[in-house]
Design a protein around this ligand. Structure first.
Ligand code: UDX
Length: 450
């Protein structure tokens, strides 16, 4: 039975996981090589924005069930299993850069050589199919001088959504265990049984390669669902009276399809979908298979930016000389993360015109500044962002933007016009100003019959 757990890499995946385990009878030691991050966490401050994480971090630190370090030796001495949650970013060609995971496993292997105990390594970083059984196992055996049985190894994917990480850790739809042998499987299963207790979710036990494929296939499938509805949205825009939102509701009522991930908009962004979709495409290529469906969903995702720019131009009669207000910069609501944010992509595209851009986001202004620099004006309030503007574009559907109405737009904007790129608003509420939305048939065509 394993009671002491290590977590390597205290980012969006690792830190919530460490705090969650520490809140449920486990002694946890978290490791990160970034010493500034470690100092911050020691003070009880989270380097990332995650719902409920700040409070939980403080609690587990005070209770003494979580400790953090930069030393692998300390982590291995004070744990019997560790979850590896380091980043697996993309190489310029879209393939996975395994540098950080290799480094982590090499040091863990070298440290294990001098430690006389069984140790279970659980890989949680997203890695191409085959990596656990080939690369990771080989590095570990070579560096530690140990054989399977003296150590254990599993690939155990995470399906956490950013902003909802703690919720998803405590209430997952399923647990996938890709174990290399029976002992590793039983030990990891036991960790989860004790963690979830009565509310243990369904478990699928399989080989590492299937588990690795499940992780990629899940993300690619969800991205496909979004690109599918975005394709329908482009069609709807060409059809008077058509509305992608209603179409999505209708499709989603079929239980075999489901309504989730059918929200049309600027497309999928974030730290996972873009990276994993490209890596999957590359992986197919390496296997001698051209994944045409995956190529298409990337193409549709990109075309939603052009689609939004075209809608904006049509709505205000050309962009040059216009002042544009962008509401929302995070890649989705509830996070300060702007990685691969579609809002940022849209701004970059708009900046190719002679426009002045003002931006607002409840959480992501600081992170957006690092990408957009001095090219745009950063506003602390929605009103400030709207001031004297000719076009307001809703790019990320934060709940606070729902309060927007045509009176407010009229009051602050020079020429009130709203482009809803996330389908947050009821078009009925904006009848007196220029209004357009992704996936909505043009209003002036409404009287036409098809
Ligand atoms: C995703 C997966 O949901 C999660 O299981 C995986 O572990 C990591 O990747 P996350 O990136 O946090 O999680 O965000 P998610 O909520 O899935 O949204 C991803 C992107 O798709 C966002 O840009 C979002 O705006 C977009 N999206 C989502 C849509 O455009 N339409 C939808 O219907 C749903």
């Amino acid at each position: 039975m394993i009671n002491r757990i290590g977590v390597v890499g205290l980012g969006y995946v690792g830190l919530p996981l460490a705090c969650a385990f520490a809140s449920k009878f486990f002694k946890v030691i978290g490791l990160d090589t970034d010493s500034e991050k470690i100092e911050l966490i020691k003070k009880g401050e989270t380097p990332i924005h995650e719902e409920g994480l700040q409070e939980l971090l403080k609690k587990v630190l005070e209770e003494g069930s979580l400790k953090v370090t930069s030393s692998y030796r300390e982590m291995i001495e004070e744990s019997d299993a560790c979850f590896v949650c380091v980043g697996t970013p993309s190489n310029p060609d879209g393939s996975v850069d395994l540098r950080y995971i290799k480094e982590a496993v090499e040091i863990i292997g070298e440290t294990l050589r001098w430690v006389d105990k069984y140790f279970l390594l659980i890989i949680r970083s997203t890695i191409p199919p085959g990596t656990t059984s080939n690369l990771i196992k080989n590095i570990l055996e070579e560096r530690s001088g140990k054989k399977l049985g003296q150590y254990g190894l599993c690939f155990n994917p995470e399906f956490l959504r950013e902003g909802r990480a703690l919720h998803d850790i405590f209430n997952p739809d399923r647990i996938i265990i890709g174990a290399i042998d029976e002992k590793s499987r039983e030990l990891l299963l036991d960790i989860y049984k004790r963690f979830h207790g009565e509310s243990m979710p369904p478990v699928l036990i399989t080989s590492p390669i299937n588990a690795e494929l499940i992780k990629y296939a899940s993300n690619v499938f969800l991205a496909t669902k979004i690109s599918f509805i975005n394709m329908i949205s482009q069609l709807c825009q060409r059809l008077p009276n058509a509305d992608v939102k209603v179409v999505a509701d209708g499709i989603g009522m079929d239980k075999r399809i489901g309504r989730e991930f059918l929200d049309a908009g600027l497309g999928w962004g974030g730290s996972c979908f873009p990276k994993d979709v490209k890596a999957f495409l590359k992986f197919g290529e390496e296997m001698g298979l051209r994944l045409k469906l995956v190529e298409s969903i990337i193409e549709i995702n990109e075309s939603q930016i052009e689609n939004a720019v075209k809608l904006a131009k049509e709505l205000v009669g050309g962009l040059n000389g216009k002042r544009i207000s962008i509401l929302g910069l995070a890649f989705k609501p509830g996070t300060d993360d702007v990685r691969e944010s579609r809002a940022i992509r849209l701004i970059e595209e708009l900046l190719k015109y002679d426009v002045e851009i003002r931006v607002h986001d409840p959480k992501a202004l600081e992170k957006a500044k690092k990408i957009l620099g001095d090219g745009v004006t950063y506003c602390k309030t929605i009103e400030e962002c709207l001031t004297s503007s000719d076009l307001c574009i809703l790019a990320t559907e934060w709940p606070e933007y729902k309060e927007l109405n045509q009176e407010l737009l009229r009051k602050y904007m020079r020429n009130p016009a709203l482009l809803d790129c996330r389908r947050l608003y009821d078009p009925e509420g904006f009848k007196e100003i220029k209004f357009a939305a992704i996936g909505l048939g043009l209003r002036e065509m409404k009287s036409m019959r098809v």
